[in-house]
Design a protein around this ligand. Structure first.
Ligand code: NAP
Length: 268
């Protein structure tokens, strides 16, 4: 971003801030002058990232007992404020048909992808935002809008996170804005198994002709978190290279698209 949009001197917590989209968000916030606190499970990565950003970090699982409280307490203690919360960490497990999704993995998916974001918002609200205001951005997925093979558990948690975003936006206004960003396919570790084997083919199918880079998503997240989006709450911003609109390029093998392309309506 060329302007800090009011982020200078503000304090932000970014979950999953050590790589991929979260790392890009943390870096963009820091570049805008924000004080940044990151969390992730790998302590070495947390230390490295905190040092790179001149910020702070706490290693741990966002769904671990007491982690949301410890994380927000740390930010409040070190920075004296907590203006921005980015709920970015997520798991794409269990992966496979829903009929094979065991109870432990299913509960873990909801614990990391839905419950932890809520707990963190509750802690941020109680510790700072209820009195001073703030902004929350949840990272969802473009895929939450439709059905796909093997991603039933992930998609269900992200659809829940989308609704959580809207519900919180209603409940926490006017003090706190709560929005989400829904990325399409982005070049990160989590999605490597999707993009690496056939990137050129995947990119060719996208209206904007390339898969996403973490920075594409980070810019949108940071913009939504900033005062530039001061009259936006309960919104979901698609950052997907046109994935959602690609049906406008009639897809081969889809019988409905074949009819639309080849026949059109009868003249009236
Ligand atoms: N990449 C895509 O194509 C894509 C598309 C749509 C949506 N998204 C969403 O974007 C967000 C970021 O994904 P990404 O692709 O950037 O993933 P990534 O590259 O795998 O990075 C995930 C980050 O989250 C941390 N993390 C994972 N599980 C955690 C947990 N339980 N507790 C704390 N930290 C945890 C990881 O560090 P540790 O492993 O050290 O914990 C890492 O810092 C996710 O919400 C994902 O669902 C991604």
């Amino acid at each position: 971003m060329t302007s800090s949009h009011g982020l200078e001197g503000r304090a932000a917590v970014v979950t999953g801030g050590t790589r991929g989209i979260g790392r890009a968000v943390a870096g963009t916030l820091a570049a805008a002058g924000a004080l940044v606190c990151v969390t992730a499970r790998d302590p070495d990565e947390v230390r490295r990232t905190a040092a790179e950003l001149d910020g702070i970090g706490l290693a741990g699982d966002v769904a671990g007992p007491g982690h949301p409280e410890e994380l927000t307490d740390l930010a409040l203690r070190e920075f004296g404020r907590l203006d921005v919360l980015v709920n970015n960490a997520a798991t794409n497990q269990p992966y496979g048909p829903l009929m094979e999704a065991g109870p432990d993995a299913w509960r873990e998916a909801f614990a990391v992808n839905v419950e932890a974001p809520l707990r963190l918002v509750q802690c941020a609200w109680r510790g700072w935002m209820r009195e001073h205001g703030g902004s929350v951005v949840n990272v969802c997925t473009e895929g939450a809008g439709h059905v796909g093979p093997h991603v039933g558990a992930y998609g269900t948690t992200k659809a829940a996170l989308l609704h959580l975003t809207r519900q919180l936006a209603g409940e926490l206004a006017p003090r706190v804005r709560v929005n989400s960003v829904s990325p399409g396919l982005v070049r990160t570790e989590m999605a490597r198994f999707v993009w690496e084997p056939g990137e050129a083919e995947v990119a060719a199918g996208l209206p904007l002709g390339r898969i996403g880079e973490p920075q594409d998503v980070a810019r949108a997240v940071v913009w939504l978190a900033s005062d530039a989006a001061g009259w936006i709450t309960g919104a979901d911003l698609l950052v997907d290279g046109g994935t959602r609109v690609r049906a406008a390029r009639a897809t081969a093998g889809n019988p409905v698209h074949d009819r639309l392309r080849e026949h059109g309506p009868a003249p009236r």
